[in-house]
Design a protein around this ligand. Structure first.
Ligand SMILES: Nc1ncnc2c1ncn2[C@@H]1O[C@H](COP(=O)(O)OP(=O)(O)O)[C@@H](O)[C@H]1O
Ligand SMILES: [Mg+2]
Length: 366
């Protein structure tokens, strides 16, 4: 079922948790609600579930306004941030709990629980109690319980926050498969941008109660609608530059801009958009590799330019060894793609214009 929020706000006393947020999710989509802690993610989820009433604005499920519809009539499955399984109940009873309340026949309950145990790979654990399960198993029981009565919307609040990194990876892959099989409209909350990028069809980014952007992982990465998103999603080099006569300058670097205004500006570019060569005549600028950080198959490099400017780039281990790089080695470099950011380092703004521009060397076809 589709979900739509129109200008939804929530205030708790003096605290404004959510400020007029609007977005919609199509039937069967898998969407991540991403943002820093305290940004209003849980509050948005609880309002969709009907656990919290919006202070203003409207919520629609399948085009029907549900502001006044109670939790139990919204047909939503909810997995909370903490495990919140019933400690004194077995796995079977935990999963069957909602169905009993809905007065399903015993044979139907048995059938449905068996189906879910299968789907969530929990077979053989029906008689265990929550304390006898691993973190990953507990979280799968919580999801099975949320899915028991065949909800048309599944909401998950940081579902993998409390499990260790390896299990978290398994659960992510597993959520994608589950969603693929069931095709239930799913909204999951995370503060982990990598998790959102990996799992979701689309990402809704919210910070300080405000919607910053909604888009596919690729869109939010490649066309961030403002600086906040650009910095939050992936790593970005941001340099304080000064514009004169249409050129933003920082250290020895020059970035043509379409801005007619002189004054301060910021230049942003992704580590991947820094091109490096050991042939010192290859690119326009010179730098020395100051430090290499090993991150598994990827490496992060800090490059120090003649002027002392430090920029970050990334490459695979293969590229690094093919180029014969090492700390202290001198290289030439250029920036393939960059954005001219707003001139003021003020508060979050959705109105900052971003432009991709080619540095002169590329524009000239070199
Ligand atoms: N019941 C509540 N009473 C008062 N303030 C709340 C309540 N719930 C959330 N808040 C506040 O609203 C803001 C958003 O919280 P929350 O939605 O939990 O953010 P997130 O899930 O993104 O971490 C925070 O400042 C939080 O302290
Ligand atoms: Mg939260």
């Amino acid at each position: 079922m589709s979900i739509e929020l129109r200008n939804v706000a929530k205030q708790f006393g003096a605290v404004i948790a959510v400020r007029g947020v609007s977005f919609s999710i199509g039937h069967g989509e898998l969407v991540a609600l991403l943002g820093p802690s305290g940004g209003g993610k849980t509050t948005v989820l609880r309002m969709i579930a009907g656990l919290e009433m919006p202070s203003s604005g409207d919520i629609f499920i399948q085009n029907q306004r549900v502001n006044d519809v109670s939790v139990r009539h919204r047909n939503i499955g909810f997995v909370f941030q903490s495990y919140a399984l019933f400690k004194t109940m077995t796995v079977f009873k935990n999963i069957a709990f909602g169905l009993k309340i809905k007065k399903w026949a015993k044979s139907d309950i048995d059938f449905r629980v068996a189906e879910l145990m299968n789907l969530l790979e929990l077979n053989g654990l029906e008689k265990r109690y929550p304390h006898q399960l691993s973190g990953g198993q507990r979280q799968r029981v919580a999801i099975a319980r949320a899915l028991a009565s065949k909800p048309s919307v599944l909401l998950l609040d940081e579902p993998f926050g409390a499990v260790d990194a390896k299990i978290r990876q398994e659960l992510r892959e597993w959520l994608v498969r589950l969603h693929h099989d069931l095709n239930v409209t799913t909204l999951f909350v995370t503060h982990d941008q990598e998790e959102a990028m990996e799992v979701a069809d689309r990402i809704v980014i919210i910070a300080k109660g405000t919607l910053e952007q909604i888009g596919t992982p690729r869109e939010v990465y490649e066309q961030p609608s403002n600086e906040y998103v650009a910095r939050f999603i992936g790593v970005m080099n941001v340099l304080e530059a000064n514009v004169t006569s249409g050129i933003a300058r920082v250290g020895e670097m020059e970035f043509p801009t379409s801005s007619a205004l002189d004054g301060p500006a910021r230049i942003g570019f992704r580590p991947y958009d820094v091109q490096v060569s050991t042939d010192l005549a290859c690119y326009r600028y010179r730098a020395v590799i100051k430090h290499t950080f090993f991150l598994g198959i990827m490496l992060r490099l800090e490059l120090e330019m003649n002027s002392g400017l430090v920029i970050r780039t990334r490459m695979t281990k293969e590229e690094y060894s093919q180029l014969g790089l090492d700390d202290g080695k001198e290289v030439s470099l250029q920036i393939r793609k960059y954005r001219v950011l707003a001139s003021q380092s003020g508060p979050l703004s959705s109105e900052v214009a971003y432009t991709y521009q080619m540095p002169p060397t590329i524009a000239e076809g070199i």
